[in-house]
Design a binder for this molecule. Sequence first.
Ligand code: GLC
Length: 471
Amino acid sequence: MAWWRDAVVYEIYVRAFQDSDGDGVGDLDGIRSRLPYLQALCVDAIWLTPFYPSPMRDGGYDVSDPCDVDPLFGDLDGFDRLVADAHRLGLKVIVDLVPNHTSDQHPWFQEALRNRAARRRYVFAETPNNWLSFRGGSAWTRVDEEAYLHLFAPEQPDLNWRDPEVNDAYDDVLRFWLDRGVDGFRIDVAHGLLKAEGLPDDEDVSALTQLVCDRYSHSWGQPEVCSVYRRWRAIADSFDGDRLLLGEVYAVHPADLVRYTESLDQVFNFFLLQTSFDTVLLRSAIDAALVVPNPTWTLSNHDLSRQASRLGGADRALALSAFLWALPGSVYVYQGEELGLYDTDVPRELAVDPFGRDRSRTPMLWDADGGFTTGTPFLPLGAGQSVAEQEGDAGSALEAYRALLRLRRELLSRLGREVTWRDTPPGVLAVAREGGLVAVLNTTSAAVPLPDGEVLWGDGGPVSTTWLLAP
Ligand code: GLC
């Protein structure tokens, strides 16, 4: 069975994880020094957000060279050291691939600005259509008689995936990192690459800013995009091991995610990220996620509010995680989630993200002094208890997450993939997974007898989840 199927993947927002050289920005050597922490947390893989040369107008998702390391984060030798050490500790390494757009500093775009004949790799038009960018406002910026498309910031021109040279060049990007031993890719906005032929106007432009309304959009979720992934599947499969292709795809309907899994191993679903802490809504979000082959479970990432803030408490975040992690599928944990961290309000004058997402990107808290850097951190540290303060404290979030991940790993070999909902009173969810595991989430503060008489759960304590194991 492929290693990623039930794996726990830990998302490292590279800039904010561990600085090794005192410049206030996290880097690859810093990550390497923290691998034993991740191994002890019982994660199976790390996903590194972009560390490629970049003007950092979108936290590194504006790449000017996809086959190198930005000096801010280290160099290619440092990357090789990181992969070698991770593999030695039994950890897989997934890297981010950003194919929808480049930085405006990428040599291709610089050439396109100078020379109209060299614009085919991007999406240029004399008459822009009505599409909106993620930041709001037109998705087009005029340079002369023509304008170029950018679904994100103007510094992130969209590539033209109908151009063979673009396709060929990214084949080489995949091979470059696969040759260096990466175990897979997280594909950034994987539903965006191909735009509808002829670039027609959208009827409902407001929906575009949400990235999700693919059924009504001519820019997102075009079925042809899967032709790119068929190509990448063949490349990934030409390497040994099960190299993971994971798509970041926003879609309203689960059926719209399924088509990607014909070539990609899995896609994120964001149903739970758009759901409040309500058992009826949670259950339907879980059902939606289970429709998609090889489900993924994620409650936060570097783009969104931390779940302790979003769900209204670190206890709720832990309880929901414990519930989801009983289900079949891969678990994605965002750094700091295991500490029960909340969002941090970053004052406007210290903000760095143009899209306003700094609140969940403040540096990792390693010890009472921070421990992230000896210099000035690129973003202020957030409030919360550090790793060192929680370690060894049985009542801490960190020890609870560790214990849960350890137990999950131990149980996996006996668990199947079938799941069955049990009847429960309002405010309670219970799901049985083939192999004898029942997870019960009680969002009420009362003791709750389950109707089948099997379990009497809850003692009036805080929101929590319990795992019941058949002998
Ligand atoms: C993805 C990334 C996000 C970035 C955007 C554009 O959604 O997760 O951080 O801004 O793509 O690359």
